[in-house]
Design a protein around this ligand. Structure first.
Ligand code: FRU
Length: 351
């Protein structure tokens, strides 16, 4: 992969990446096969994991920083990206029950900053019951949120706007609080007058109002630099049938500086860069171990791998989506994300 000077070098004081969105409890059951309705089987394993897209993004990004600095630093890479310099922050809402405390402890144990989380002591932690089918690594999620609200528009103003100049990049997971996400992004752009912070959004959930984040009205569209658009959203909300069509179609309704990135499961990923009118493709990189064991959070891993390539390593768009696919492939061959920091991403994965 070719390394270009990291965008981050331009301004070293901006060393913090913020991921805004959900953290929730994942109660994971590993099963020999996917259960038949109204049947009874013993699981092979069960775990509590900290989940939620933005929360998973933070985990993976932290592990990539660790992995990159300890396993993969050529002199050139070291010069381009001193990974010890970066801070990773999660921002979202947190309840007050036992499961919420588990999430907070786990975020802190993983070195993720939570300075600006919004606590709701009388609310419950959202949770997902996840069945991982051991025979093919598929993950089936049933999510439930009893009463924890998403962030409101004021959260950004209250907590972050005073110290905005420490942020290099801010990512928003597209949840149901679309007007609030728009408000938070507009607040960032109001204060970041020289557009020194890059902003990305993820459109994954099958929720129609998320299309408002693609809206050019009142210049809003210009505020977002990178769009991650997932297969389910593209198909069910926008009626696109393949990745090329999605990337090109969405890019055509966005501003000239936009980058659209579309992870497409087993077909790899594509990206369309409006700055130069170019489409890029990456193949999928299956785990080198040969077997897919755990796909929970693979999309979140792709997203962090791609952003890591773009923002930290300074890769081209084409190489960054390849890095995203390679890291996601490595993740699918491992349980959870833990082994990615302890063992790194196998060299033979191609990175
Ligand atoms: C995986 C994930 C899980 C969580 C679910 C929420 O991408 O973030 O960790 O339970 O999606 O939709």
């Amino acid at each position: 992969m070719t390394q270009q000077p990291s965008a981050q070098l331009a301004n070293r004081r901006r060393n913090r990446l913020l991921f805004v969105g959900l953290t929730c409890l994942d109660i994971v059951y590993v099963c020999r096969h996917f259960p038949v309705e109204d049947s009874d089987q013993r699981a092979l394993d069960s775990q509590w994991r900290r989940g939620g897209n933005a929360s998973n993004n933070c985990t993976v990004f932290r592990q990539l920083l660790h992995w990159w600095s300890s396993n993969n630093r050529s002199a050139a890479a070291a010069a381009a990206a001193d990974t010890t310099d970066y801070e990773i922050e999660f921002m979202g809402t947190i309840g007050g029950d036992h499961a919420s405390r588990f999430l907070v402890d786990d975020l802190l144990a993983n070195g993720i900053l939570i300075d600006n989380i919004v606590r709701h002591p009388d609310r419950q932690c959202p949770s997902s019951t996840v069945i991982i089918n051991q025979s093919n690594g598929s993950r089936t999620i049933v999510h439930f949120n009893r009463n924890l609200p998403d962030l409101d528009g004021q959260s950004m103003a209250n907590h972050i706007t005073e110290s905005l100049d420490r942020y290099l990049h801010i990512h928003f997971e597209g949840l149901r609080n679309v007007p609030n996400i728009r408000q938070m992004i507009a607040q960032i752009r109001d204060r970041d007058v020289n557009h020194e912070i890059t902003v990305s959004v993820e459109l994954e959930k099958v929720y129609k109002p998320l299309t408002e984040l693609l809206d050019n009205a009142e210049d809003f569209g210009k505020y977002i630099d990178i769009y991650f658009v997932e297969k389910e959203f593209a198909g069910e909300i926008l009626d696109y049938t393949d990745a090329d069509q999605t990337a090109v179609g969405i890019a055509s309704r966005l501003h000239p500086g936009a980058l659209v990135v579309c992870p497409w499961g087993e077909s790899g990923a594509v990206a369309y860069d409006n700055r130069i009118g170019q489409l890029y493709r990456s193949p999928v990189y299956p785990p080198k171990s040969g077997s897919v064991v755990d796909t929970l959070g693979a999309g979140d891993t792709f997203l962090s791998g791609t952003l890591f390539g773009l923002l930290v390593v300074g890769l081209s768009v084409e190489d960054a989506i390849k890095m995203g696919c390679q890291v996601a492939g490595a993740k699918c061959g491992q349980w959870y994300h833990k082994e990615m920091s302890s063992q790194g991403i196998p060299k033979e994965q191609g990175i």
